[in-house]
Design a protein around this ligand. Sequence first.
Ligand SMILES: *Cc1c(COP(=O)(O)O)cnc(C)c1O
Length: 611
Amino acid sequence: MKLKVCGMKYQDNIIQVAALQPDYLGFIFYEKSARNFDSEKIPELDKSIKKTGVFVDESIDFVIEKINKYNLQTIQLHGKESPEYCITLKSQNIEVIKVFSIVDEFNFEKLKPYDNVCDFFLFDTKGKYPGGNGYTFDWNILSNYPLKKPFFLSGGIGLNELENIKEFKKSNASNYCYALDVNSKFEIEPGLKNIENLKKFKNITALAETTKNKKERVMNYNVNEKGYYGDFGGAFIPEMLYPNIEELRQNYLKIMAEPDFKKEFDKLLKDYVGRPSPLYFAKRLSEKYNTKIYLKREDLNHTGAHKINNTIGQILMAQRLGKTRIIAETGAGQHGVATATVCALMGLECIVYMGEIDIARQAPNVARMKMLGATVVPALSGSRTLKDATNEAIRDWINNPVDTHYIIGSAIGPHPYPDMVTRFQSVISEEIKWQLKEQEGKENPDYVVACIGGGSNAAGTYYHYLHEPEVGIIAVEAAGLGIDSGESAATSVLGKEGIIHGCKTLLMQTTDGQITEPYSISAGLDYPGVGPMHAHLSKTGRAEFMSITDSDAMEAGLELSKLEGIIPAIETSHALAIFKHRTFKPDDIVVMSLSGRGDKDLQNYIDYFKI
Ligand SMILES: *Cc1c(COP(=O)(O)O)cnc(C)c1O
């Protein structure tokens, strides 16, 4: 567990405590507190120590002024700050800790509105004043902690609590305890810390930590305040794009949390897309593979795949940002069609960039986009495929920064795109939870499975299960003609760290860093990288990655058609093919994202099977 030392006040004492290398140092900006920090500056600290400002119901401007003046990395909110207040500050690129005080009992329902808008909770003892009351609350109350958000444990922790901490570490709740927060029990007088006692405490708790099973430790699979998933993500963009990305970054969470936005998004998903999509128990498929298989029917959405969930979200976002012109890039045309569809729905101008070669290969989708009123612009440079179309779209955006929104079609691109797309697609796992509860009496399956191109249907299918360790995550990539054939798109196996389309992720490249042309029979999986969340899931081992060849995928697509009467998209067929290669227990519940329908792939199936 990490350590936070709070209530710092005196310059020399700050330097001494910082030498012990705590993870957080807290500075209280609250005039009524004996530890109110009123110095003009904080001494230069090691970069690994997060300077944390503690506030009680201050104005946003006051908090922002302190963030800038003292270069704070974290803020801790002790008052009755609302979820909207938290979001506004989160857009400042800052880590947010929301505090809740506990007496003899606690209604954990109170936390839910804050789950998506802060990085951590902090639990301390309810007393006369906010914080620093010097006594502990009954930590057993936390055994009812219903969320997965990591928290700080606070309130009167001193050397006397070492035994209790040891006990607490055996509890389930401790899996989500990210840090211990200490203050008054280590003081000589308010604001002046006893270095020897702190050293003792830190050494003993650190020792206990090294013996703890690493797997149990809290791991965060969501994006952090800097736009990273572990080592991956970020925003590597040309300077000229900075204003566009920054505008989006500062506003996306705020807009998504607006009740009006949520209402309109949910209504369109229901009445226009046709959600909720069914969770279908595939009886004959389950019998064949001797396990329980559920299919999440994204193929039944309007336009035939999951992509519309994201384009609906982004078009509403674009409207809230005052944009009147939409651009997109497309490879196989699926994302272009989903974008043209929502532009027609909202009456916005739509320009889709598409490689000249792809335009020739994907005639039906080009026709669809035109019928929907979009302008399809051929990309004539380079290999005249997806990456060239992406370059053209970026160039357009640089030239039209004010009125144009760029709708990216997968969980890729510079921050905040991967997180924004993931949140729009997370409706998939949100529905799976209650649908599975209805059918199986529990929210959590044993596995969730999805195919990965850039990773948007997968991110949506995993989202609400990322921090449920008992739910296994399986990610399925396209092996093309075979991993060693030189003709594949198996990024987790073949990829190395690199930068593509504005983010750092795993990516297939030559030894001198040139991006390798990917290959897969399915146009939607034919991408040389994966979204940064999936790179992180792969590197940390949270997800199990499998690669499926063209031929196995085609066979699995035919099999589902004959066993269940559902013709899947070839992308989805890759996920379906895992059952041939991996056994599950008879009572395992496996939920698979059936990302799209096979109508668009009919010619491919016909040619392959000579039907
Ligand atoms: C586009 C597409 C995919 C791949 O995209 P992700 O962003 O990885 O989900 C998968 N399945 C279908 C049906 C698609 O159209």
